[in-house]
Design a protein around this ligand. Structure first.
Ligand code: GLA
Length: 457
């Protein structure tokens, strides 16, 4: 009896250690924090050439985008020739649009100190109908490595029905993961199966990032039947035309699955593409950052407005995204607002002991919101009641004359904010709460904060 139990236990131990081994996909140095960069698809679709890509790379290097962390320059769909090399089956670039070849672009991008990404699909064709990698994983991965590719976005179109269960999807995507590893080149593997078959449960064992939903589009909250699910848990039709508000909703329950080296990808940013207001784009950028999604710009960098530049270079928000603890913020509460939409509070721990807090107004009304500091924590009794915090508003500047001085102090607070926070429709306010030791700051008199939610119109 004892022997049987011992045998069963050792088998279990072996199985657990095999699983632990499998779970230990993390490749330090690769996506330790969410990747930051630019991708051609949202703005240009198939209308791309080597100039489109290199022009974007130059703007990243020259405009200060690289200085705040943007690094990957990614060609999406449509870089392809009509067919593969007839003799070797290796992938080929479009002979006119990419006449100098992909390696040339990678070299030019690298000369700027940036990294280079490419796109394919775990199917017979890409979503735009070009040749793709199913059955060609090894030759494609080898060629990408020879081209000095640093990042592969790997899509889901024309997958020959090899999806519908986590096993089928895992098997198909694992082939490229293995092929990439075999090349010996550290290539970030950005899996893009639109949240089908719950990638957050298996993709962390084979990739650095995974898309959680159907394609984003440049709309704040338009309801569209092409994006039919209310949650991605067991969603059977990821679709596309998913609004920013919908993707925020999808991401709320998935933060627990992400961490250093493995991230939920909420899709590329639409900031700067023209379909949303300043407040809406700032909400979009803030929530992607707090949920620790990759921040991949998707607009025309060569025609960027000051307003767009201001949003995407907010260093205080980027610092939250790139915080090395790598813990996505959690939604603490969501309240329905009369007249439609919701008001939400999200918060998350940061590496230095600060807490990031977002008040997100997804309603059509301007709101006046009372904030209870205890709501920011998992264990409010322990974490909040005994502490005092200085709050910094990350969408305000400390110095109005210094456009990059993001993060203005809005006072020292205990228990709750002393005055309600005013939020415009579709606006998000993001605060960084820094714990203050009152005994070493005897002159500080904290303001008491009372939180209530009222709508003021
Ligand atoms: C899919 C992806 C998009 C984009 C297009 C390209 O729809 O989800 O992000 O890559 O394909 O065809």
């Amino acid at each position: 009896m004892l022997t049987t139990t011992a045998l069963a236990l050792s088998t279990l131990a072996l199985r657990v250690s095999a699983e632990v081994k499998m779970a230990n996909h993390r490749r330090p140095g690769l996506a330790d924090t969410p990747p930051l960069g630019w991708n051609s698809w949202n703005k240009f679709g198939c209308d791309i050439s080597q100039d489109t890509i290199l022009d974007a790379a130059k703007v990243i290097a020259d405009s200060g985008l690289q200085a705040v962390g943007y690094e990957y320059v990614i060609i999406d769909d449509c870089w392809h020739a009509d067919e593969r090399d007839k003799n070797t089956s290796a992938p080929l670039a479009h002979p006119e649009r990419f006449s100098k070849g992909i390696k040339y672009i990678a070299d030019e991008v690298h000369k700027l100190g940036l990294k280079f990404g490419i796109y394919s699909s775990a199917g017979t064709h890409t979503c735009a109908g070009r040749f793709a990698s199913l059955g060609y994983e090894e030759i494609d991965a080898k060629t990408y490595a020879e081209w000095d590719v640093d990042y592969l976005k790997y899509d889901n179109c024309y997958n020959e029905g090899q999806s519908g269960t986590p096993e089928a999807s895992f098997k198909r995507y694992n082939k490229m993961s293995k092929a990439l590893k075999k090349t010996g080149r550290p290539i970030v593997y950005a899996l893009c199966n639109w949240g089908e078959d719950g990638p957050w449960n298996w993709a962390p064992t084979i990739s650095e990032t995974w898309r959680i939903s159907g394609d984003v589009w440049d709309s704040f909250d338009t309801v569209d039947d092409y994006c039919p699910c209310e949650t991605m848990i067991d969603c059977k039709m990821s679709g596309f035309h998913c609004s920013v508000s919908k993707i925020i909703e999808f991401s709320a329950s998935l933060g627990q699955k992400a961490g250093p080296g493995h991230w939920n990808d909420m899709d590329m940013l639409e900031v700067g593409n023209g379909g949303q207001t300043y407040d809406e784009y700032a909400t979009h950028f803030s929530m992607w950052a707090l949920a620790k999604s990759p921040l991949i710009l998707g607009h025309d960098l060569t025609a960027m407005t000051n307003e767009t530049y201001e949003i995407v270079t907010n260093k205080a928000i980027i610092a939250v995204n790139q915080d090395k603890l790598g813990k996505p913020a959690q939604r603490r509460w969501k309240r329905k607002i009369e007249g439609g939409g919701t008001l939400q509070m999200w918060s998350g721990q940061l590496d230095n002991g600060d807490t990031v807090v977002a008040l997100v107004n997804l309603s059509p009304r301007n709101l006046s919101v009372a904030v209870d500091i205890a709501d920011m924590f998992d264990a409010p009794e322990r974490d909040a009641k005994t502490k005092t915090y200085e709050f910094f508003d990350l969408w305000e500047r400390a110095d109005e004359n210094d456009l990059q001085s993001w993060g203005r102090s809005v006072g020292v607070h205990q228990n709750s904010f002393s005055a309600p926070v005013q939020l415009r429709s579709h606006q998000t306010k993001v605060f960084r709460a820094h714990p203050i030791n009152l005994s070493s700051n005897p002159d500080l008199v904290p303001q008491q904060v009372v939180f209530k939610t009222n709508s003021d119109n």
